[in-house]
Design a protein around this ligand. Structure first.
Ligand code: UT7
Length: 325
């Protein structure tokens, strides 16, 4: 018995912010951003669009693709670092938007690894009999915590949402192996300093722009490469996948140089690596969820295909999941 993703969905807001647009906002160039990150444009949500709205749209697509009624879902797990509010949870808001009545919903926080952590939780709930149908949704409105005056971060992030519906499956297809890790010792490398109980919002924290995301990018870079390779290798071995048989490795879409390093170290080919970073930027928890949604919608996944998901993010957190479609 395995937990299996039976459908996916994704949503990207309409507005496109290009590198050229950013040249007019901060001291940067299209050339720097493209060369150092691989990003050429990203989507930005409108003022009226919150994470729950984008998460609802992605979930509606996943529900439609699954051919189920929303009310068949008995648990909603939402992973986001940009919730609509501290509480109620974004999961509860999405549950209500989808008119799911007889269910439980909660948020899970693991930054860019959130979608994988949530899939792992969904797997445990399904295999332990605590749920029959689980919706995992990962919406992010990173533009709401981006400091648009900080060129070292504002060129990196984008908005969007991805979703997946999971059920138990006896065919043998589904999640084959999971690997989750975190290390809080490096929490300060990627964080939003103010607005929580450590440093509640005040005129001073606003003045110091402490409600925005801060990242020591070059310190994270090396840890990200190392950890993602380790996570990918672990699940590939544990699932007994041969690297050449992997249909798609979907890495967290943060930086093309990180993705290239993973491809090289795992001796994979370009066509085995899924990339949409150039068009989406880094969308944190939504990144792998959107990628999976895009890949499935484009007909890129067939039953039995071997897929590897690998993430890295704030916490620090990192994870790998190997699955057969
Ligand atoms: O999603 C969660 C996990 N996050 C990640 O995995 C991110 C990992 N890190 C990265 O992707 C990269 O470190 C960044 C893309 C964030 C930065 O690239 P980098 O090659 O590590 O650049 P850097 O931070 O070392 O900065 C190099 C130079 C600096 O100038 P000096 O000191 O050499 O004169 C920066 O001030 O580039 C400068 N710089 C910029 N220049 C033009 C930084 N941002 C920009 C910019 N435009 N937007």
């Amino acid at each position: 018995m395995k937990a299996r993703i039976i459908s996916t969905g994704y949503f990207l807001p309409e507005r496109i912010l290009t590198n050229k647009d950013l040249e007019k906002m901060v001291d940067t160039t299209d050339e720097w951003i493209t060369k150092r990150t691989g990003i050429t444009e990203r989507r930005i949500a409108s003022e009226e669009e919150a994470s729950s709205d984008m998460g609802t749209r992605a979930s509606q697509m996943a529900i439609e693709n699954a051919g189920i009624k929303a009310n068949e879902i008995d648990a909603v797990i939402c992973s986001t670092i940009t919730p609509d509010h501290f509480f109620p949870s974004t999961a509860c808001l999405i549950q209500h938007n989808l008119r799911i009545k007889d269910a439980y919903a909660f948020d899970l926080s693991a930054a860019c690894s959130g979608f994988l952590f949530a899939l792992n939780t969904a797997e445990s709930m399904l295999l332990s009999g605590k749920a029959d149908t689980v919706l995992v949704v990962a919406p992010e409105k990173l533009s709401s915590i981006t400091d648009w005056k900080d060129r070292s971060t504002c060129v990196l992030f984008g908005d969007g949402a991805g979703a997946a519906i999971l059920k138990k499956d006896e065919s043998g297809n589904g999640i084959q192996s999971t690997y989750l890790k975190s290390d809080g010792a490096f929490g300060d490398l990627l964080m939003v300093p103010a607005g929580g109980s450590r440093m509640p919002a005040s005129p001073e924290t606003i003045e110091k722009r402490q409600h925005y995301l801060k990242m020591k990018g070059n310190e994270i870079f090396k840890v990200a490469v190392k950890s993602m390779i380790k996570a990918a290798k672990h699940v590939i071995k544990d699932a007994a996948f041969k690297p050449e048989d992997i249909k798609a490795l979907i890495p967290h879409q943060a930086n093309m140089r990180i993705i290239n390093a993973i491809e090289k170290r795992l001796s994979l080919k370009d066509e085995q690596i899924f990339v949409n970073l150039d068009k989406t930027g880094n969308t944190s928890a939504a990144s792998i969820a959107i990628s999976l949604g895009e890949l499935e919608s484009s007909g890129g996944l067939k039953e039995g295909d071997k897929v590897v998901l690998v993430s890295f993010g704030g916490g620090l957190t990192w994870a790998g999941i190997a699955l057969t479609w």
